[in-house]
Each structure stands twice: as C-alpha cells, then as structure tokens.
Design a protein around this ligand. Structure first.
Ligand code: Q46
Ligand code: ZN
Ligand code: ZN
Length: 316
C-alpha cells in the first residue's frame, strides 16, 4: 500500500477517495478537506474568531486542532453535562488537550452554574435525555459565543453525522429540517453563525487523525445515547458505503449542491413562526416570554437529583 502523494508506505486507505496516504500526507489531506469546506461554504474569514464546541470526543478535538493548525483564532468551550463519569472524563480530555497546546478553554457546568444535570432533566421532563441536552448545548454555546464576541460557533459534526441526519430527515420527508440542514447557519436575531467544518471527513478519518496527532479523546459513547435513532441510520449507511465507497459523500454533498434549495420554500424564516423577542429572564432570543432553556432550569430546580444509573436511559 503506497501513499498517493509520495509513494512512501501508506498508513491508511480511504476507499471513498480511492487513495492511500502516509502520515504526513494524510494530515495534509484532512487540513485540505477542512479548508475546502470552509472556503466553499464561506464559513469563516481568516481574521474571524471562532468558538469550538468541545465535547472531549475525537471530532471536536480534531476540529479544534485543525482550525488552529490552519491559522484560525479558535478557542474551545466545554459544558459539564453531569452524565456521571462519562462527563467528568470528557471534560478531562478537553482540559488536557487545551493545556498541552496552550489554548483557551471556556467552561460551564450545568449542575454548578444552572442547578441541574442531564439525567435529572430527562427524568423531570419525561423526555429522551438528548432533548434537554441538545437544548442546553445550543443555548449555552450561543450565549458563550455572543458574550465572548466570537464570530461563529464551530461544531464537530462530521460527514457520517450529517449523512445520518439527512437519512432520517429523508425517510420522513421532514421538509422543514431538510431546508435547514446546511453546513452554515448565518448569524441572525441574536444567534451567532453556526458552522460545521468537518463535513468532508468521516468518523474513521477523525479517529485516525487524533491517533496520528497524539490527541487523547474519550472513546466511549455517551451512556445516554441508547435508543438514539442516528446510530441505526449510521449502521445502514455504513453497510451501503462498504459495498459502494463514496456513497455517503455523494448522498450528503449532492443534496447540498442540488436539493437543499428546493426545500427553502417550506422553511419558516426567522421570527415568521412567532414574534422573536428577548427572554425576560436571560435575554436570549425567544418566541415566548421565557425561553426554553430558562423553562428547563425552572422545571428542574425542584427535582431531586438522580444519578445516571437511576434513569431508564443508562446503558447497562
Ligand atoms: S445529546 Fe444525547 Fe449526546 Fe447529550 S445525552 Fe449524550 S447522546 S451527550 S451528542
Ligand atoms: Zn506521503
Ligand atoms: Zn431565557
């Protein structure tokens, strides 16, 4: 197996790209893919500041590493979700990475700063944990970006993630979600710009990138992800990809090139589905007097804290 660029011994094969690479050229390939995504979708200008949503997993740490390597002013932000040891370990990996590289990591803890954690929120709201978790992350990342004067929030969603979400949205023809499934959401009405620079790289590439760059990350999946439909969609897409390399890339990127605009009519523009004002408690943009995050804080304030093992979501 020889590297496509230098003909030296290759360490990784990428069937979707019909290529093998040595360490040096694989890392260059990853940088190139991120650079292409940023330029093509006008995600970030060289002088802009970006806040990376860091989880301690391979994707967000690789993203942070790649953005810094490409010369962007990128700081990290991690949220302690309170999902047992998983959260403690995740935050630990984020801190260790930032420390080793001398980078700035902003932190908040749901339990210490907002009075609840995800297992308690899941029980109190009687909804899947990912619902309170996603809501909290969106709210806190937006707030941190605006407070810190960042131009954009970058998330580590990779090609596998985006293709799985697209698969789910297509199975149900969720036209509103299809219209919004873009790699860049422009800043509007008090929300910062959101960007996904890893859309040209898959999970396997991100894991290899971390190993080759010496980045330690949390390997375990979130213990509350059981029942998450996207895991099944990923398995289905992996089976197709194994038979037909490049399918995931074509599925998602051809959707962006040829289809996403066709759904634009079905998507309500900002504020169209209700007047967008400011939450009376925290000032965040909201269609109601009190935003969904402040309602969650209120709802969980009186809840008895539960540990991860007490919830029906924990994998055993
Ligand atoms: S949303 Fe759900 Fe993740 Fe939150 S509860 Fe875990 S699996 S961490 S990306
Ligand atoms: Zn090479
Ligand atoms: Zn609020």
């Amino acid at each position: 197996m020889k590297c496509r660029a230098c003909r030296g011994p290759a360490v990784i094969d990428l069937p979707a790209h019909n290529a093998n690479f040595c360490v040096e050229h694989f890392l260059a390939f990853c940088r190139d893919q991120v650079s292409k995504a940023i330029t093509k979708h006008e995600m970030l200008r060289p002088d802009e500041r970006v806040l990376v949503a860091v989880s301690g997993g391979k994707d967000s740490l690789a993203l942070w590493d790649l953005l810094v390597d490409l010369g962007y002013q990128a700081d990290g932000f991690v949220i302690g979700l309170g999902i047992g040891e998983y959260s403690d370990a995740s935050t630990g990996f984020a801190r260790a990475y930032a420390e080793q590289r001398g980078l700035t990591l902003l932190e908040t803890s749901l339990r210490d700063d907002h009075g609840f954690d995800i297992p308690t929120a899941a029980k109190a709201t009687r909804r899947v944990p990912c619902s309170a978790c996603g809501l909290s992350k969106r709210h806190l990342f937006d707030r941190a970006a605006l407070d810190g004067g960042y131009d954009a929030v970058a998330t580590g969603h990779n090609l596998d993630d985006e293709a799985a979400v697209l698969f789910g949205n297509t199975l149900r023809w969720s036209t509103e979600y299809l219209a919004r499934q873009r790699p860049v959401l422009p800043a509007r009405d008090g929300f910062p710009r959101k960007i996904k620079p890893l859309i040209r790289l898959g999970e396997r590439e991100m894991a290899a990138y971390c190993v080759l760059r010496g980045i330690d990350y949390i390997v375990e999946e979130c213990p509350m992800a059981a029942g998450n439909k996207h895991l099944r969609y990923k398995e289905a897409l992996n089976a197709i990809e194994a038979e037909s390399p490049g399918s995931k890339h074509a599925f998602y990127h051809e959707f962006l090139a040829r289809a996403v605009d066709r759904f634009a009519d079905g998507a309500p523009a900002a504020g169209e589905d209700g007047h967008l004002g400011a939450c009376e408690r925290c000032g965040a943009p909201s269609t109601n007097e009190v935003c969904a995050f402040c309602l969650l804080v209120e709802r969980t304030a009186s809840a008895v804290p539960v540990s991860l093992g007490e919830t029906r979501w924990a994998r055993r």
